[in-house]
Write a protein that binds this ligand. Structure first.
Ligand SMILES: [Zn+2]
Length: 68
């Protein structure tokens, strides 16, 4: 009975370590996405020609594509 219990505890520890790493990766990913969102709010990038437009522009100054 002792050996299987140790095995289960070891698996549980490994799973919890992986969960902690996953939470850290998710937290870093969210902060990075938030930073990108701030940049895109400052300048509007056209999704068609990928050129930057003024932040209040409704249409792309380069290709005329409607900006979201
Ligand atoms: Zn464009």
């Amino acid at each position: 009975m002792f050996a299987p219990m140790t095995f289960i505890v070891t698996i549980g520890m490994i799973v919890s370590v992986f969960a902690a790493v996953a939470i850290l990766i998710r937290a870093f990913g969210q902060s990075d996405a938030g930073h990108r969102k701030q940049l895109s709010n400052d300048r509007r990038e056209c999704h068609k020609c990928y050129r930057r437009n003024k932040k209040r522009a409704k249409f792309c100054a380069h290709c005329g594509e409607k900006l979201k």
